[in-house]
Design a protein around this ligand. Structure first.
Ligand SMILES: [Zn+2]
Length: 141
């Protein structure tokens, strides 16, 4: 599995691409449907919320990495990341997007997002454990 990565420097252009907005100029006004706002605290809580594109873009900026993946066999991940994105932000994001391609595919949007979120959590916990045991190993040399 080697996903194809497409990096966007322009977050708004990426959001337009994700929501298939053809309109030129700034992205404003209400979004077409409700959006899932995932709880970043580590729980799998999420809620569907009506948002404007302005609020959604602010939400994406707060995540420091945002993007989406296709649903085809060949994995393509389109993403944007802020200058202050951390390794954990990037790891979480890619684990989430790859998670959409693994296991059972849910037609229920919330269930599918929760499944992808579980991959994020697994990746972060594994990363922190790996860092910790390597640090311990080096300290005991
Ligand atoms: Zn997702």
């Amino acid at each position: 599995m080697t996903p194809v990565l497409v990096r966007y420097d322009d977050l708004e252009a990426l959001v337009k691409s994700a929501f298939r907005v053809k309109k030129k100029g700034p992205l404003t006004g209400p979004m077409p449907g409700k959006e899932i706002v995932m709880d970043k605290s580590g729980s799998l809580k999420s809620k569907m919320k009506r948002m404007t594109f302005e609020d959604y873009i602010d939400h994406c900026k707060c995540s420091r990495v945002w993007g989406y993946t296709n649903s085809g066999k060949k994995i393509v991940i389109r993403y944007w990341m802020s200058k202050d994105a951390t390794l954990e932000d990037v790891l979480e994001f890619f684990a989430h997007e790859i998670g959409h391609h693994l296991g059972k595919k849910y037609s229920n949007h919330i269930k599918e997002e929760k499944k992808a979120r579980e991959f994020e959590v697994a990746a972060i916990v594994a990363y922190r454990l790996a860092k910790s045991v390597l640090k311990e190993k080096r300290a005991n040399k």
